[in-house]
Design a protein around this ligand. Structure first.
Ligand code: ASP
Ligand code: MG
Length: 242
């Protein structure tokens, strides 16, 4: 039995129908005899909309309150996906960062994960649950909510994969993998089948928005194989593993 961490980005959970489709994928993977932890981002443009909302209230908000506000987006996705999985007849349970004990420092809006206390998640997995975790958020040692920086759900997923010693971390997105250029802009861009952590780090630092930089750093450090693939097809994506 493999332990798989899957992460679904904002576009993959943007609508109720897409959440139901993701639930179907997750249930299929679970029935192939895997243990599954699923990390979700906020639906569609939720995070941008929440930032816009806050700006109307206070153009320079306290960062602590901004993080508290932004953390709600991922909680919505986690509760909905867990419920969608339950509707398909598999047991699932959703965790916030607080419930899943994802401990960070207190650098609001760009917090770093210090450790994950995996007891509760492992217990839920052992009871046969699919565990759905709200991405992008953490909790300080004094119980204040933080966020990990834009795109930070990737980092939640890879850090969880490292802490749980997962066999693989699958990052589902709206492109079919890592390309030589952005396929939405450059039509002749080629999909890369397999690249190294260092090559991926270079792409991420050059501004390729496929993966959060910190996520690649953690994957390299703990040798977590990453599979970047589309949530809209069954195509093999890009494997990052050497
Ligand atoms: N929802 C957050 C963002 O839009 C985190 C993420 O998508 O990974 O930046
Ligand atoms: Mg997002």
């Amino acid at each position: 039995m493999a332990l798989i961490v899957q992460k679904y980005g904002g576009s993959s959970v943007a609508t109720p129908q897409r959440i139901k489709n993701i639930a179907q994928r997750v249930v299929k993977a679970k029935r192939e005899k895997n243990k599954l932890v699923v990390v979700v981002s906020a639906m569609g443009d939720t995070t941008d909309n929440l930032i816009g909302l806050m700006k109307q209230i206070n153009p320079d908000p306290p960062k602590r309150e901004l993080d508290l506000l932004l953390s709600t987006g991922e909680i919505v996705s986690a509760a909905l996906l867990s419920s969608a999985i339950n509707a398909k007849g598999e047991k699932a349970i959703a965790f916030t960062a607080h419930q899943g004990k994802i401990i960070t420092d207190d650098a609001y809006t760009k917090a770093r994960i210090l450790r994950i206390e995996t007891g509760k998640i492992l217990e839920a997995l052992d009871k046969g649950n699919i565990v759905v975790v709200a991405g992008f958020q953490g909790i300080t040692s004094t119980n204040t909510i933080t966020t990990l920086g834009r795109g930070g759900s990737d980092t939640t997923a890879v850090a969880l994969a490292a802490a749980l010693k997962a066999d693989i971390c699958e990052i589902y997105t709206d492109v079919e993998g890592v390309f030589t250029a952005d396929p939405r802009i450059v039509p002749e861009a080629r999909k890369l089948k397999r690249i190294s952590y260092d090559e991926m780090l270079e792409l991420a630092s050059l501004g390729t928005k496929v993966l959060h930089l910190r996520a690649v750093e953690i994957a390299r450090k703990f040798h977590i194989p990453l599979h970047i693939r589309s949530s809209f097809t069954d195509e093999e994506g890009t494997l990052i593993d050497k």
